[in-house]
Design a protein around this ligand. Structure first.
Ligand SMILES: [Zn+2]
Length: 107
């Protein structure tokens, strides 16, 4: 797959879709995860929070299988997906070595 990676070091920063500008991670909302139509996935190292059907179909395993895998590696999983031109935002969770990953695609 092809992707561009953007690193966000501020754990409290909102993250907006690069295509429609919707805040998909919006800390002012009680439900702070607000995927837009361009959002392919939102995940932490601990597992997926949201995944679009078209992106799950591009993975080699289902999300349930990924979550059941004791060697789960979310970043490796999403970057090995058969999907082109993804923009991935990698945000620091404020916990040592833990990140949130949000993937966007125009299609
Ligand atoms: Zn969008």
């Amino acid at each position: 797959m092809t992707y561009q990676l953007f690193e966000v070091s501020d754990a409290s920063a909102n993250i907006s879709c690069p295509y429609c500008d919707q805040a998909v991670l919006d800390w002012t909302q009680e439900q702070y995860i607000q995927p837009c139509e361009h959002t392919l996935f939102m995940a932490m190292d601990l597992g997926f929070e949201f995944i679009a059907d078209r992106f799950e179909a591009a993975l080699s395993q289902s999300v349930d299988e990924i979550h059941d895998d004791p060697n789960m590696n979310i970043y490796a999983t999403v970057t090995q997906a058969k999907y082109l031109n993804i923009q991935i935002f990698k945000a620091d969770l404020g916990v040592e070595g833990m990140f949130r990953y949000i993937g966007f695609s125009k299609e």
